[in-house]
Write a new protein. Structure first.
Lengths: 721, 127
């Protein structure tokens, strides 16, 4: 048996293997099935050729096997044409049906002497001699092969195909080109031309080129299976090698397999072999990953990488990004969409897809659902499936993945179809499931993290608020303490003033009386004596006035002052103010000041307690006179439909800016008032203000300029009694 | 000739009080000058160079504190004894006036008019 005999067999194995892989990958795909059929036809041709070469001494055998060759060969152009239609997504056509009819026709004819007859022996092999129908067959063969190429070529010329698709077509074209330029050389011996059987190499070349396209450009999407087979084959080769090595060692050195030495040796060898087998598998796997399967994702590596990264992310958008990027990269899908359910409404979702995902916690594949809908016999189930199917289809999704964490469905991942339009493999689904679960856990954690973070933030805010309010409270306390200090200072100032004001008349009274007691006064002239007695009387009146002021101020002090209801009467202001003028006239005369009041002809009235109201204006006029050295004090009475307006104007010292704010405070007197008039109790304005404000809406305000004078304005709204 | 006359200057802005204390001084035959207010008081002190001065604190216009300061800064009046006589008889006020150079500090309710006159007489008798 030489290399020329082996060549067709090797080719046959290659092509057959490839055909099987492609078919197993997807038995539903027209492309895969037609490729498989085509591969079977080719490998049948090659295998039968091998058998023919093997039996080249026996004429009957040669003729039998060569006729077997044609069983495969007659279908090659048919299947090739069919495959080209599938590859370019063309529908079946009349030419295809015709081709099948012709193929069957030639299949029948090929088993007769009208096709091939006798044998031709040449240097490297044997062949039968071609007859009439063989010539016709060649015409049929050429026509369909050319048609197939034309289809592929014109498809390739289209602009609207993706670059990856273009590459797939290019390599398919190339593979067929080699197959159909070198392959037909095998027909030459039929016409008496004996050349070296290069033709049978065409199968190997065809298989290699297509395998490359399959791996590099995902033609027919068989990467995973191919890689697995590569690995299994590698492991098998290793096991086979070890088996023969051991057999050799046993027979050469241990005297056979069934000897005691062999058993003992085997006990050492067996675990070593298992260990080495494991190691070898890893080596082959990494070799396959590194050198053979370019664009293939590594399932385990992808998972490891992604889960490693996922645990670091606490940001939801980053997790989303990582997951969708990974899926897009590894599977080449058009669209990845991650939908998270609102935490509160997670269990409340009622639509069929969510319900289905929640119950099954398995990915929903559109294709699979289609089958389920068709196969299901129970009506309820079928309706469920079709409802889910409709929803998934409406989403434009190829797959919907549940995101499950702690057995809860927290969201779904929606995947569009793959870019190249191939279906998803079992491995893809496994990867997707693992990814989506990892993502679900990461998202759950991220949400938890965010909750904790938010909680911390709230807590911090609360603490800050509390601290702030504590600070505020401290501030308020400080302010209150400051206020109290001021009050105390005011109180002691008041006491100083009050005691001074009280002591002054008392000192005169007690001093005078002491002189009476000593008998000194009696030595004085009568006029002097009388004057002294009058002094005592005046000073005692002064004391009672001061005491009245103090008592009244303390009356206003306890709470907001209000009139006693039954004492409120309509008060004629012309009369009231004239009385105030009269009361102050002597004081004004004493100070040589003009005191002016012109009664208002409209005679305005106001509802008030006349005693209090009179005192309020008395204080204002008294004050004005006290703090004015020269000029006049003028009282103006005016009204508008809403209010009574009374103004008390003086040409006095005015009130310093700094003191204006606290003018109406109890016991407070403007700084320069102490210098100006030493008899002031410091309570006059306070009392006035309390009385005026006891009228609903009543106000007292003033405008003042130091050195020029002050104008007090009292406004009392008119009220019905 | 001026130093021959032994007299008291009272600086006080309340007429009723001036009348009272003037009566007391007159009764004791103490020559007295009554000044109604601070400005007049300082003026009179420089003019008469009295043996002793009785000074009120709370006065309209120039008050007792200012009067004392001026008296103590003027070389002609700085050695005249000043009796501060007031109804503002608080300890801190007393300390302040003593520090400013007052000789004595009395509350008006403590020292009756005849007692004040006697005190003034004491100053006359010392030299």
């Amino acid at each position: 048996m030489d290399i020329t005999t082996i060549l067709p067999l090797v080719s046959a194995i290659f092509v057959f293997g490839l055909g099987i892989f492609v078919l197993l990958k997807n038995t539903n795909s027209r492309l895969n099935v037609t490729f498989f059929l085509h591969a079977i036809a080719i490998s049948f041709w090659l295998f039968a050729t091998f058998m023919m070469f093997l039996n080249k001494g026996n004429i009957d055998q040669i003729v039998f096997w060569d006729r077997m060759v044609y069983v495969g060969v007659v279908f090659i152009p048919t299947f090739m044409y069919h495959f080209c239609l599938a590859l370019t997504n063309r529908p079946k056509n009349f030419a295809l049906y015709l081709s099948y009819i012709l193929a069957v026709f030639f299949l029948i004819v090929s088993q007769t002497d009208f096709f091939v007859r006798d044998i031709f022996v040449y240097q490297w092999g044997v062949h039968t001699k071609a007859q009439l129908f063989h010539h016709l067959f060649l015409v049929y063969f050429a026509v369909y092969v050319v048609a197939g190429f034309t289809i592929i070529y014109s498809y390739y010329r289209q602009e609207a195909i993706s670059s990856i698709r273009r590459q797939q077509i290019k390599y398919s074209f190339l593979a067929f080109f080699f197959l159909f330029t070198i392959g037909p050389l095998a027909f030459l011996p039929a016409y008496g031309i004996g050349i070296y059987p290069f033709a049978y190499l065409s199968g190997v070349i065809f298989a290699i080129i297509l395998s490359y396209a399959i791996l590099r450009y995902r033609l027919m999407n068989i990467q995973i299976i191919a890689r697995k087979i590569f690995i299994y084959a590698g492991v098998a080769v290793f096991a086979y090698f070890v088996f023969y090595l051991l057999s050799w060692v046993y027979t050469e050195f241990l005297g056979g397999i069934f000897t005691l030495k062999s058993y003992l040796f085997g006990m050492v060898i067996a675990p070593t072999f298992v260990f080495l087998l494991y190691k070898t598998e890893n080596v082959i796997r990494s070799f396959a990953n590194q050198y053979f399967f370019f664009a293939l994702y590594n399932y385990q590596e992808t998972i490891n990488r992604v889960s490693g990264q996922l645990t670091h992310y606490t940001d939801l958008s980053k997790i989303d990004g990582l997951v969708s990027d990974t899926i897009k990269e590894s599977l080449g899908v058009t669209r990845v969409e991650i939908n998270l359910f609102d935490k509160n409404s997670r269990s409340a979702k009622k639509d069929p897809l969510i319900k289905y995902l929640q119950t099954n916690q398995r990915p929903v594949v559109l294709e699979e659902l289609n089958l389920l809908v068709n196969d299901e016999r129970l009506k309820d189930q079928r309706e469920t499936f079709s409802a889910v199917y409709e929803q998934v289809e409406n989403l434009g999704a190829a797959i919907c993945l549940p995101m499950v964490s702690n057995e809860r469905l927290i969201g779904i991942i929606i995947l569009g179809p793959k870019v190249i339009g191939d279906p998803f493999t079992v491995e893809d689904l496994e990867l997707l499931m693992t990814l989506s679960n990892q993502a679900a856990i990461a998202i759950d954690n991220a949400e938890l993290y965010k909750e904790v973070k938010d909680f911390n933030k709230t807590l911090k805010q609360k603490v800050n608020e509390q601290t702030m309010s504590l600070q505020d409270k401290t501030k308020v306390l400080e302010e209150q303490a400051e206020h109290l200090k001021k009050l105390l200072a005011m109180r002691s100032e008041f006491l100083d003033i009050a005691s001074h004001q009280l002591k002054t008349p008392i000192s005169v009274i007690s001093g005078t009386i002491s002189m009476f007691k000593e008998g000194s006064v009696q030595k004085m002239p009568v006029e002097t004596q009388n004057k002294l007695i009058d002094n005592i009387y005046q000073k005692s009146l002064k004391i009672s006035q001061i005491i009245r002021d103090i008592l009244q101020a303390s009356e206003f002090d306890t709470e907001k002052f209000s009139f006693v209801e039954k004492r409120i009467v309509p008060v004629e202001l012309n009369k009231l103010l004239s009385d105030v003028m009269t009361d102050n006239q002597s004081f004004a005369d004493e100070k040589k000041l003009k005191l002016v009041f012109t009664p208002n002809p409209a005679n305005p009235q106001v509802n008030s307690d006349p005693d209090y109201l009179e005192q309020a204006f008395f204080n204002l006029v008294d004050n004005a006179l006290k703090y004015t050295k020269e000029g006049k004090v003028e009282v103006l009475l005016d009204e508008n439909p809403q209010s009574i307006i009374i103004k008390v104007k003086d040409t006095g010292v005015g009130i310093p800016k700094d003191d204006q704010i606290r003018m109406f405070g109890k016991f407070e007197r403007a700084k320069n008032a102490v210098d100006m008039y030493t008899d002031g109790s410091g309570l006059g304005l306070f009392i006035t203000k309390e009385i005026i404000e006891a009228h609903p809406g009543g106000t007292v305000t003033f405008a003042s300029e130091e050195g020029k004078g002050t104008e007090f304005t009292v406004i009392i709204p008119k009220t019905k009694k | 000739m001026a130093e021959e006359i032994k007299q008291v200057l009272m600086i006080e802005d309340d007429k009723d009080q001036i009348f009272l204390y003037k009566s007391a001084f007159d009764l004791m035959k103490i020559p007295s000058v009554m000044a109604l207010g601070g400005e007049i008081g300082v003026e009179q002190a420089k003019r008469w160079l009295p043996k002793v001065i009785v000074l009120d604190i709370v006065m309209e216009g120039m008050d007792g504190e200012e009067v004392l300061k001026q008296l103590k800064t003027d070389p002609t009046t700085k050695d005249i004894p000043v009796i501060v006589f007031t109804n503002l008889d608080k300890k801190p006020v007393k300390e302040k006036f003593m520090a400013l150079g007052a000789t004595e500090f009395w509350g008006k309710t403590e020292l009756m008019p005849m007692a004040l006159a006697a005190k003034v007489q004491d100053y006359f008798d010392r030299r």
